[in-house]
Design a protein around this ligand. Structure first.
Ligand code: ZN
Ligand code: ZN
Length: 400
């Protein structure tokens, strides 16, 4: 017989609401950019130590991880919250607004962090209610796309890799205190590509003496889009966007080179590999056809986020128990946006889920503006219930 019930968990988070909000407000007022979350990390570590959680070693500058041991043998459950803020000026007018000019928690990571700390507190106070262990991961630099990889490299899982990974992201698109799960692929991979096209510069009046990299770039840009329109099945989306193209400085001078930078998004590993090969092929042959050369460089990217079936089932059940079935949506559309939760999930063998948690309140019009918007309000009321869903899911996974 289980010794816990969703009613009990909800009562607990409500009774601890003031504490949870105190943490949330402290994080929100002092937002820090990726890899610079020193005070945030200190606050998290101090709280973890106060709660009696066991801090785990790791050579990372920011971010933290801690263990909570249940009673008896069982699996290791990882729960991840990202902790970094964005270079966006806050314009919410909240009395606990950011005190750091030009930096704010415009992606709701302060809510992720506070909710996970609430979960750690509950589990630390109820170790007789579960077996196995929970690893709480407070991940740095999600917005930089490299925090998860950096922490893995610095030994995040040196004392054991979680058997299963859980996490959530705030969603201003969903009603407050509802959960949404995307079955299977939920977020695209993200790779950055840089193409350096080399020609031969000279006088704009004498193109016959030059190799014009600007014209090569123009042809290449349109040819590269045929990877998506002609080499990819129409029902299987991918995106290739070049957001930066630079070359030349005068109207009458042909430059030596042009550099284009773009982002590549796909939902499966095979597509990701195919697109990289195709970019290389088209870029080099297009340059060659016009007497130029090019070098294509990919920086290490993020894999697609694919929720496992048992992960989705776990969260659908836990969210229904805490929020009511009518507050759980299983039909979310995948997003071309990426989240490096996928790096950690991949390291955990792909077992787990990242779900969405609604933060749009009808009483707060500015709560539905969207992520990365300086005016968007993430309501306090999301914190206790977000924490309750994490607690319920953890207990369901580690039930004795
Ligand atoms: Zn974000
Ligand atoms: Zn985010």
């Amino acid at each position: 017989m289980s010794t816990y019930q969703s009613g009990e968990i909800v009562q607990w988070v409500q009774a601890h609401e003031r504490e949870l909000l105190r943490i949330r407000h402290a994080l929100h007022q002092n937002p820090e950019l990726g890899h610079q979350e020193h005070e945030t990390t200190q606050l998290i570590k101090d709280t973890l130590v106060r709660l009696g959680a066991e801090l785990l070693p790791g050579q990372y500058q920011t971010g933290a991880a801690a263990l909570i041991r249940g009673t008896g043998e069982g699996p290791l459950l990882g729960i991840r919250a990202d902790i970094d803020a964005l270079p966006i000026q806050e314009k919410t007018g909240l009395d606990f607004s950011s005190r750091r000019a030009g930096v704010s928690h415009a992606c709701g990571h302060d809510i992720h962090t506070a909710a996970l700390l609430g979960c750690v507190q509950y589990l630390s106070e109820h170790t007789a209610d579960f077996s196995g262990r929970v690893m709480a991961v407070f991940q740095c630099a999600e917005e930089c796309c490299d925090g998860a990889a950096a922490m893995l490299e610095a030994g995040l899982f040196q004392r054991g890799t979680p058997d299963f990974l859980l996490g959530f992201h705030c969603a201003p698109s969903l009603p407050l205190n509802t959960a949404g799960v995307c079955q299977g692929p939920s977020n695209a991979s993200c790779d950055t590509v840089s193409i350096r096209i080399k020609g031969r510069g000279g006088h704009g009046a004498h193109p016959e003496d030059c190799v014009d990299p600007i014209v090569i770039a123009a042809y290449m840009l349109t040819q590269l889009q045929t990877i998506i329109s002609r080499e990819r099945a129409p029902m299987q989306p991918s995106v290739l966007t070049f957001g930066s193209i630079n070359g030349g400085s005068a109207p009458n001078v042909i430059p030596d080179e042009v550099v284009m930078q773009g982002t590549l998004r796909a939902f499966d590993q095979a597509a990701r590999e195919h697109h990289k090969e195709a970019i290389q092929r088209i870029a080099s042959q297009c340059s060659q056809a016009m007497n130029g050369t090019c070098t294509v460089t990919f920086t290490k990217g993020i894999p697609p986020l694919v929720n496992s079936q048992d992960g989705c089932e776990l969260i659908v059940r836990a969210a229904a128990e805490v929020l009511g079935e009518e507050h759980v949506s299983q039909e979310l559309t995948p997003s071309m946006g990426s989240d490096d939760f996928s790096c950690l999930l991949e390291a955990c063998g792909g077992k787990g889920v990242q779900y969405l948690f609604g933060t749009r309140s009808p009483e707060i019009p500015n709560s539905g503006l969207g992520l990365h918007v300086g005016e968007n309000i993430f309501p306090d009321a999301a914190v206790p219930m977000a924490s309750a869903v994490l607690i319920q899911a953890a207990l369901n996974y580690l039930k004795r």
